[in-house]
Design a protein around this ligand. Structure first.
Ligand SMILES: *Cc1c(COP(=O)(O)O)cnc(C)c1O
Length: 372
């Protein structure tokens, strides 16, 4: 059998279809860029563009005008480099790691420097190559995750020779509570960022993630780094989501049955039917990114009707109660909606007691992926 035929069969028999709306992605970028103008908007495409496929996502964003791309790891940057045009800049958030310094310099990938040790290492690479190398300087403004500490910041500001041969493109920090506009942590971090800017005058600021853009002009800086909002996630928790949905997920029914009252459903019999019930088994489980927390919580939809998940989420399947539908409405091979017009990514995440980020980055590789 030739591979074209196998592809076709694999698609037709796939347990479900993950659709990724590239036009919505583009619109989301453009609407964030409109808020940011005249400042710029980068794109965070770490973790394979939040699970959606960086190789498909990044070129669309480039065509929409994006020239700055952030990944978490150097390996991600190396994979992305040949996919994007020369004038695109790629930044590595996790900083300059021991094994990658020379390759980083040779490939033109820009490290985010997160400590004085990393600053010194980058300077040494530049000296060895007798060249100047670009970098982003990240400062910890109250998250204790990545970036120079306030003390290291003072040392760096006091001794400009530490930055010899380094061309800092931005001073950067990251907001820990940007999706909660009422949090005082935002104003604290904004004040700390202002101090950073005062200590390094003349350098552009890179500060806001998705939520930060919506906190207002004080948070936006010269370059924003949205991720989740590009992919249709809500930038502000609990508020109307201004972004267009990008991801849809439809999954097949692999079996239906009618059981009498008292039937045990799924592993450990955590659900027992109270009366005669029609059930459908759906072809996705925790191996496909449906958290086990959805056991007897949450639902799928069929023609707008809510079908609750009953019993435990298995590795490859979930079972839903379809009694609310007319008999015969759902059959072998029917597609039910898991993410779509009736159930947002945020709703699914809330039912699973997690966040949209975790749902997206956990979506498995068994679905057929359709880029529209
Ligand atoms: C992941 C990440 C972002 C993107 O955050 P969103 O909330 O998805 O917009 C921006 N900056 C840093 C440092 C990150 O780690």
């Amino acid at each position: 059998m030739d591979y074209g035929v196998i592809d076709q069969i694999a698609r037709d028999s796939a347990p479900g279809c993950l659709s990724i709306d590239l036009e919505a992605l583009r619109d989301n970028y453009l609407s964030l860029q409109q808020l940011m103008a005249p400042a710029k908007t980068a794109a965070v495409v770490k973790a394979d563009a939040y699970g959606l496929g960086a190789a498909r996502i990044a070129p669309i964003l480039y065509d929409a005008g994006c020239r700055d791309f952030f990944v978490a790891q150097f390996g991600e940057a190396l994979k992305l480099r040949p996919i994007l045009q020369k004038d695109a800049r790629i930044f590595v958030l996790n900083g300059l790691q021991p094994g990658s310094k020379a390759t980083c310099a040779a490939s033109g990938i820009v490290p985010v420097l997160n400590s004085l040790e990393q600053v010194a290492n980058w300077r040494r690479v530049a000296e060895l190559k007798s060249t100047n190398l670009p970098a982003v300087l990240q400062f910890d403004t109250g998250m204790s995750r990545l970036g120079l500490s306030p003390q290291e910041r003072g040392e760096l500001a006091a001794d400009p020779t530490l930055l010899d041969r380094i061309e800092p493109l931005f001073v950067m920090s990251h907001l820990a509570s940007a999706d909660e506009p009422q949090s005082v942590q935002n104003t604290d971090q904004q004040a700390a960022m202002r101090d950073v800017a005062a200590q390094f005058p003349g350098l552009d600021i890179c500060f806001a993630n998705s939520g930060g853009i919506f906190l207002g002009p004080d948070y936006r800086g010269a370059l924003a780094r949205p991720g989740i909002a590009l992919y249709g996630g809500a930038p502000i928790a609990g508020e109307t989501n201004p972004m267009r949905p990008v991801v849809g997920l439809q999954v097949r029914v692999v079996q239906t049955r009618t059981v009498s009252a008292g039937a045990k459903v799924g592993y450990s019999a955590t659900h027992v039917t109270a009366h005669e019930t029609r059930l459908a088994t759906i072809a996705c489980g925790y191996a496909d990114g449906l958290p086990r927390q959805l056991s007897s919580r949450g639902a799928v939809f069929f023609q707008g009707v809510r079908l609750p998940i009953v019993g435990r989420v298995s590795m490859d399947s979930i079972t839903v109660d379809i009694s609310a539908l007319p008999p015969g409405a759902i059959r072998l091979g029917s597609l039910v909606e898991i993410i779509g017009p009736h159930q947002s990514l945020e709703q699914l995440a809330a039912d699973a007691q997690t966040i949209a980020y975790e749902i997206l980055t956990s979506l498995g590789h068994r679905y057929h992926r359709e880029y529209r």
